[in-house]
Design a protein around this ligand. Sequence first.
Ligand SMILES: NC(=O)C1=CN([C@@H]2O[C@H](COP(=O)(O)OP(=O)(O)OC[C@H]3O[C@@H](n4cnc5c(N)ncnc54)[C@H](OP(=O)(O)O)[C@@H]3O)[C@@H](O)[C@H]2O)C=CC1
Ligand SMILES: O=C(O)C1=N[C@H](C(=O)O)C[C@H](O)C1
Length: 238
Amino acid sequence: MAELVLGVVGATGRLGSALLAECALSGVEVGVTASRVGWVAASQASVLVDASAPEALPDTVAYCEKTGAALIYCVSRISDDARDRLRALARDVPVVLADNLSIGHWLQMRLVRSVAELTAALPQRPLMSVHERHPVTKADRPSASARSLAAAWAESVPPELCGETSAQRAGQPVSDHVVTFDVPGMSLSITHSVTDLRTAAAGLLGVAGHVRGLVAGYHPIFTVYSDVYGGSAVTRDG
Ligand SMILES: NC(=O)C1=CN([C@@H]2O[C@H](COP(=O)(O)OP(=O)(O)OC[C@H]3O[C@@H](n4cnc5c(N)ncnc54)[C@H](OP(=O)(O)O)[C@@H]3O)[C@@H](O)[C@H]2O)C=CC1
Ligand SMILES: O=C(O)C1=N[C@H](C(=O)O)C[C@H](O)C1
């Protein structure tokens, strides 16, 4: 298989620049960068990462269709129309939907599923709620990660046990996601905090080679991490 060459759409942004820095540290070639100013292609990317904004999707899809590059899509606001375009692209190339690239999010998702399994036979099952916090600069709400956490719980419990998802815009970069399980007289919370987007960039580079070798199709980042780092509790996250 050819060498991994990354393309980064949104290269001047918070996540994109963390990715470029991580590529420089690990010696991964970056063949394409893009921002609102335009696209710069020094060599053909085998994996394109879109860490930009919903408006970039047509150019991103066109690049992957033309070159066969796999796509890792990180933009957190995905309209129904965008989802349809991504699913259509996934007929031809691997498309990874990356709601949250931090390994901590993968662990938190797995813990939510474990709590669902462990509480299935309890006389009273907990109500789960999700709270997410991002800085005031985050454009959308609730976060993609918060929606995935709520969906993971909803897969295996009745609707009355699915509590609120709340969103707060305040505080430090980058994010907190807290899932809380309540039964009368007791609460259990599991918190995932990200303080530096380097963790997201490192998570992505850890699986980029694997993504390049995936078959065409729609692959949630949750399943990618489960494939690479083990375990079998695999369902959807997007
Ligand atoms: N999955 C994950 O782990 C994470 C996901 N995200 C998500 O990634 C996305 C980007 O976040 P963040 O880095 O904070 O955003 P920033 O606002 O810091 O950066 C946005 C980037 O996208 C570029 N851009 C905007 N519009 C276009 C366009 N039409 N064509 C090409 N490039 C464009 C900007 O270019 P310019 O400089 O020219 O404006 C800039 O490089 C968000 O949806 C965010 O929620 C963020 C962090 C982690
Ligand atoms: O915009 C961000 O910063 C982040 N967005 C992602 C999300 O919407 O879940 C992941 C992480 O929380 C950082």
